[in-house]
Design a binder for this molecule. Structure first.
Ligand code: PLP
Length: 405
């Protein structure tokens, strides 16, 4: 018999990170589906729709032309220039391609930034409920995530943020429209953040991946448009994942001062080499076409899903309808249900609510614990209309039955 040799231990960093709560919630739904139950998946952080025929066609043409090589580390210069031009329009400030880096999704960009900005034990302020990748990446980089809860109306709590700043604070993360709550921060809040950042010499990571998804007259404005004086300390994160429904193609970008972009070049050169070439050509075709009909159609589909969803959610008895100002999530504050009963079971936590919804309503949702919040559950409304209608009706019926009615 062969002598068994010891297996080396994993590094300590291996245990810092847990799989995202969103993917765990999705797996729970998938397991049920495999057992034969019909499950509607409200956990997804992407559009359940196809991308535009033009984007597909341009990607296919790129393959046919033999575009199989690395691009420049920061992406195709013509795509970076096109993004700079769009940003000049969007922010009212002038940008050039040297201030733009394309990355393998916005997630990769955020990861480089944690590594570039944070020294060990440096602190990053993260308002909550947060998209869980923010604190996880800070931890991977050896930094400390300092979580500051938003106000009940989901806006930033500026006095609390100010009180959380210490000599170790290096960064504040601002995500608007926000995942998971859909909150769009007011100009006033963003101005206050800008002032705090200047006063305390902080970087601002400004994640606006959902900027096109705003509703009911609400407008998204970039922090650099509201306070141009923070441009040299602001790193804007954006992505094509949501707007063009190409999440799986992995293409995001950063707009930032050139020093930051140069460091991203160095990191990216050793991590992914460059973003996916085919995805870049697909998106470039879209941008160069100047044809907004696909994005307009997509936004109007999602916006109409939101209206339909809100109508259904108004049937909830104990739970307020979410404001859903932006993004594509309904974030329900289910705390009035905690401590109540469903049949023989007491609902003690938002995780119990999510489990109940999978079991009884056939709907997979993400409990707020995945976002640092014990009060909410998140449901995506970027699903197909028929799923939205069937699934939300079942969610409302099940939640209304809590307390034994
Ligand atoms: N930022 C936020 C707030 C997100 O919710 C997501 C994805 O869900 C991302 C960034 C990452 O997007 P990408 O697909 O470009 O990595």
């Amino acid at each position: 018999m062969k002598e068994s040799k010891p297996i080396p231990k994993l590094g300590t960093r291996a245990d810092i990170v847990q799989a995202s709560g969103t993917s765990r919630a999705r797996m729970a739904g998938k397991k049920k589906a495999q057992e034969g139950t019909r499950i509607i998946d409200f956990t997804i952080g992407e559009l359940a729709l196809e991308t535009s025929p033009l984007v597909k066609q341009c990607a296919i043409q790129a393959i046919a032309r033999g575009e199989n090589r690395y691009t420049d580390t920061l992406g195709l210069p013509q795509l970076r220039a096109a993004i700079a031009a769009e940003f000049t329009d969007h922010t009212g400030l002038k940008w050039n391609e040297n201030e733009v880096a394309l990355t393998a999704g916005a997630k990769a960009a955020l990861y480089y930034l944690s590594l570039i900005l944070l020294d060990r034990d440096d602190e990053a302020i993260i308002p909550s409920p947060y998209w869980q990748t923010f604190p996880q990446q800070v931890r991977i980089a050896g930094g400390t995530a300092v979580v500051v809860a938003n106000l009940p109306d989901r806006q930033l709590d500026i006095p609390a943020i100010s009180a959380a700043i210490t000599s170790k604070t290096k960064v504040i993360v601002v995500n608007t429209p926000g995942n998971p709550t859909g909150a769009v921060y007011s100009d006033q809040s963003l101005l206050a953040v800008a002032q705090l950042a200047i006063r305390n010499n902080l970087w601002i990571i400004f994640d606006q991946c959902y900027r096109k998804f705003v509703y009911a007259g609400i407008q998204h404005r970039s922090i650099v448009s509201i306070a141009p004086e923070v441009r040299d300390r602001t790193i804007i994160i954006d992505s094509f994942s949501k707007t063009l429904a190409v999440a799986g193609w992995r293409l995001g970008y950063v707009v930032a001062p050139t020093t930051v972009i140069d460091h991203i070049r160095a990191f990216q050169s050793h991590i992914t080499s460059c973003p996916n070439v085919i995805a870049q050509y697909g998106v470039l075709g879209h941008i160069q076409s100047d044809d907004n009909s696909f994005v307009d159609g997509l936004l109007s589909y999602i916006s109409s899903n939101r209206r339909t969803g809100l109508d259904l959610l108004s049937g909830l008895r104990r739970i307020a309808k979410p404001p859903a100002q932006g993004g594509f999530y309904f974030y329900l504050d289910v705390s009035p249900l905690l401590g109540l009963r469903y049949g023989d079971t007491t609902i003690s936590s938002v995780d119990d609510v999510a489990t109940l919804l999978v079991d009884e309503a056939g709907a997979a949702t993400v409990p707020g614990t995945a976002f640092g919040d014990p009060h909410g559950i998140r449901l995506s409304f970027a699903v197909r209309r028929e799923d939205l209608v069937t699934g939300l009706a079942a969610v409302v019926e099940t939640l209304n039955r809590i307390d034994g009615d």
